[in-house]
Ligand binder design. Structure first.
Ligand code: SF4
Ligand code: SF4
Length: 347
């Protein structure tokens, strides 16, 4: 299928039509915070906005999720709690996802498939179609996506919208799912012509110039290894509140804790998982009580080592997509770019 053209005006018809056939999720302005949630009309959508506070991961890896029910006498009684999710059979469309968040989700897709297939994550992921909106200039005050090469994903989305002229978008399908969405609402789209592709290519060239590289990623992993004992870690540890906000807003942070919730009859219970943070004191405590990262400085450093050394080496992908959320939402105003610069500059 060739790419299509749609006007800004018809995008609202497109989204409203999808609401009749899918569960549609988009960024809204709930309580004045950009929030990804189900919408019932295009009017609720914050279009052309910056990033939602909590990224796409919350749809596939919820902050708290029941895993199974158990009973003291019968063992596991209901393995698959996903079937309790309303409309699990209905496809979900997430509309308006930014390229860096698509790239961040590609990291999670890989992690939740590796070694052990996490069916809880993958069931929710597999029922979801992603409609992206290209950023032609930085969409977020603290973003450094170009440094992390996350603003031009090749996979992880079904359709991508790019504004090629005022109120005119080129829509590129990237999967069969994306093609099917276009076919469903074909009356809203026109075939793209050569002139549209010319404009598209010019826009992509402009895009390339509009983004600057803030940090140098080449060699970062081995430099951080060399600077394991850098004094700079201590300096930032003093400022950090260890609140965990940076991990919860991060599209590639996925750590969770598993807990049992026991009913008052002491007979039945539910095993659940909930987001955890490597900045929390008990995160690295193991059976027997030993804590591998009891000291704050170790905890502070660990997040950087995991993102910029472990994930790239293990998955051959960057562990940070440069979205900048951790900078925006850090109450101690810690800037990951400054931390990396300082650590690299320190002996
Ligand atoms: S958000 Fe800031 S203060 Fe809170 S844990 Fe992260 S770096 Fe520390
Ligand atoms: S570490 Fe910060 S900049 Fe990097 S992906 Fe996570 S939230 Fe975004």
């Amino acid at each position: 299928m060739t790419s299509k053209i749609i006007s800004r005006e018809k995008i609202s018809n497109f989204v409203d039509s999808m609401i009749n056939d899918f569960i549609v999720i988009a960024t809204t302005n709930k309580n004045n915070v950009p929030t990804l949630m189900e919408i019932s009309s295009f009017e609720e959508v914050l279009f052309d906005t910056d990033l939602p506070m909590i990224p796409l991961k919350k749809l596939f890896h919820p902050a708290q999720q029941d895993l199974f029910k158990f009973s003291r006498t019968k063992g596991v009684t209901d393995i698959y709690m996903l079937k309790t999710i309303k409309d699990i059979e209905t496809k979900v469309v997430v509309f308006g996802v930014r390229p860096c968040d698509i790239t961040g989700n590609n990291v999670l897709d890989e992690i939740f498939k590796e070694n052990f297939r996490d069916e809880y994550y993958l069931t929710l992921r597999d029922r979801t179609l992603i409609v992206g909106i290209n950023c032609l200039k930085p969409c977020y005050e603290n973003c450094f996506c170009k440094s992390m090469e996350s603003n031009d994903p090749k996979s992880g989305y079904d359709l991508m919208f790019t504004e090629i002229a005022k109120d005119q978008y080129l829509v590129v399908p990237n999967t069969d799912g994306g093609k099917r969405i276009i076919e469903l609402y074909s009356e809203l789209f026109e075939d793209a012509k050569e002139e549209h592709y010319d404009k598209y290519i010019r826009k992509l060239e402009l895009k390339d110039n509009n983004f600057k590289k803030d940090i140098l990623v080449e060699g970062l992993a081995s430099e951080l290894e060399d600077k394991f004992e850098s004094k700079a870690w201590r300096k930032y540890t003093k400022d950090c509140l260890f609140c965990g906000s940076c991990t919860f807003v991060c599209p590639t942070c996925y750590c969770y804790n598993v807990k049992d919730k026991i009913a008052i009859d002491l007979e039945n219970g539910i095993r659940l998982r909930e987001w955890d943070s490597c900045y929390y004191p008990e995160f690295a405590r193991v059976a027997g009580g030993h804590d591998f990262r009891h000291e704050k400085e170790r905890r502070f450093r660990y997040r950087y080592l995991h993102k910029y050394i472990d994930i790239p080496r293990r998955y051959n992908m960057e562990g940070c997509v440069g979205c900048g959320r951790c900078i925006t939402y850090c109450p101690a105003e810690i800037d990951v770019r400054e931390v990396l610069d300082d650590v690299r500059g320190e002996s």
